[in-house]
Design a protein around this ligand. Structure first.
Ligand code: HEM
Length: 485
């Protein structure tokens, strides 16, 4: 089998000087790394008045994010200032006791044990996308990035707000969040210039307008969810309304509930959408991989719609997705600010310094991966797992702040791929340019133009939500563990 090298931004020959670095980072942050950055294990660099430490080896990642979690739990000022108008004190950008309290409430709601409830919604929404594509003529153009964003937004909205409200309002919510992302500043210049954290930061008025719009939509939806509490709809909002902190017995007040709903939507929507779009692109460039994927789907599912029980059996489908998020981690940079003086590999890290782990570098590190820039899903097959070093692969981060929705995201991706790839193949549209671009998340550009081709053996006709649920609840085990990386 010949493996191909999917695109990555051109790498500078030498480390960039400050002005070039700032200009390049503004255009595409992934383009600032020269070849050497894929070999270093632990290094530091200065950006304006701030020192930034980069943990780029399994041991330094584990030390910062696990052993020294208490010191490196705080998100960067840039992340906190960019997201606070949107998420308030939501757990994604909080730390300390508040973060612990929110995490104890939110994590069980998106936990693997809830998948039995949410998996039918994932399959149903994927079937609706398949139906939309099936109605198109063979070879019709689509924007795979937009279609995956719509699909994952449908799924997360229906799970957060219940099947009815979620389906009715998904488009509105996506539009409001996208407007916010477009407007928000990506760089906290005052911090980089050395100003302390307490100096107030200002975003453009359009950012606050976009945040207000999100507030209105979320408040309205939460109120309507409360009114429907007796309707029997099972939604994450309902679970959040009823949840109590297992340690303190405390509940979420109205504002906290709104903030955590915003966190779950933001964290769970674009990450999965981008990684599914990348997977379609990679499959379109690797006919051998695509053929092996189709063979597994045919053998395991035989044309029927997948369910939660199938997920552990779809090992090659999982490997394809895992390789896609190795090459294109949806969150390519994990940033923290030191809360106190620390040292890693005998180097002092002063309180207030920035420390980053960059999955984009770590996942393509020369000492950790064979043919690091090649697309080789086989490396993720169970028989090859022993060859991989722990903490060399961290698309969901590691340690106490690991992605709370890891099992949700993996299961969603596998079920969507298995549903759709049985029915269509997607080819890259002629002339389409795919360029890894990093905003808050890593995406294949602003659009991903592809052509839909119908496959001769289509999956069985769509099942209704009720029958899919029955099928899953009959067979899925409550405690099924979805192994992580
Ligand atoms: C392929 C899909 C996904 C990827 C690659 C991903 C990745 C990540 C990463 C890297 C973080 C840590 C960010 C940081 O430390 O700065 C994170 C946090 C988080 N993710 Fe995900 N995520 C995915 C899907 C989801 C889904 C579907 C949900 C919810 C249903 C979710 C919920 C969360 C939450 C709540 C956090 C915050 C955890 C905390 O700070 O304690 N994620 N995710």
């Amino acid at each position: 089998m010949t493996h191909f090298v999917p695109p990555y931004p051109e790498r500078p020959k030498e480390p960039l000087k400050l002005l070039a670095l700032m200009a390049t980072a503004r255009r595409n942050f992934l383009a600032v790394f020269d070849e050497k950055c894929f070999e270093y294990q632990f290094f530091s660099t200065r950006v304006l008045n701030r020192k930034v430490f980069v943990c780029n080896s399994p041991d330094t990642v584990a030390q910062a994010f696990i052993a020294l979690h208490e010191s490196f739990q705080r998100k960067t000022p840039q992340m906190r200032h960019a997201l606070s108008p949107l998420l308030g004190d939501g757990l994604f950008i909080s730390d300390g006791d508040l973060w612990r309290h929110r995490r104890r409430i939110v994590a069980p709601i998106v936990h693997v044990s809830r998948l039995k409830l949410f998996a039918p919604t994932m399959v149903e929404a994927a079937q609706e996308t398949a139906e939309r594509w099936a109605a198109l003529p063979d070879g019709a153009p689509i924007d795979a990035l937009r279609d995956m964003a719509t699909l994952t937004a449908e799924i997360i909205c229906r799970t957060i707000f219940g099947p009815r409200l979620g389906a009715e309002h998904a488009t509105e919510i996506v539009a409001a969040f996208s407007a916010y992302q477009r407007e928000v500043a990506q760089l906290d210049l005052p911090y980089m210039l050395g100003l302390p954290d307490w100096v107030p930061r200002f975003q453009a008025p359009s950012v606050y307008r976009a945040a207000k719009r999100i507030d209105r939509v979320l408040d309205d939806l939460i109120r309507r969810c409360e009114e429907r509490l007796a309707s029997g709809d099972q939604s994450m909002i309902q679970m959040l309304l009823e949840a109590r902190d297992p340690e303190t017995g405390g509940r979420l007040d109205r504002r906290a509930l709104r903030n955590e709903a915003a966190v779950i939507f933001m964290a769970g929507h674009e990450t999965t959408a981008n990684s599914l779009a990348w997977t379609w692109f990679l499959l379109s460039q690797a006919p051998d991989v695509e053929a092996r994927l189709h063979a597994e789907l045919a053998e395991t599912l035989g044309g029927r719609v997948p369910n939660l029980d199938d997920v552990p059996r779809l090992v090659y489908t999982r490997a394809v997705f895992e390789e896609a998020i190795r090459l294109y981690p949806p969150v390519p940079l994990l940033g923290r600010q030191a809360l106190r003086d620390e040292s890693i590999r005998n180097r002092k890290i002063a309180a207030g310094s920035l420390l980053v782990v960059i999955p984009w570098l770590l996942h393509r590190h020369r000492q950790l991966w064979d043919q690091p820039d090649h697309f080789i899903p086989e490396r993720f097959l169970p028989e090859n797992a022993a060859a991989r070093q722990r903490y060399s692969y961290i698309p969901f981060s590691v340690g106490p702040r690991v992605c709370a929705g890891q099992a949700f995201g993996m299961t969603e991706a596998i079920l969507c791929l298995a549903t759709l790839a049985q029915q269509v193949t997607l080819k890259l549209a002629p002339g389409a340019v795919v360029e890894p671009t990093c905003r808050l998340t890593l995406r294949p550009g602003d659009t991903l133009p592809m052509l839909v081709h119908h496959r001769p053996s289509r999956a069985a006709p769509r099942v209704s939500s009720a029958s899919a649920e029955n099928e899953v609840s009959r067979s899925a085990s409550e405690t099924a563990e979805i192994p992580g990386p």
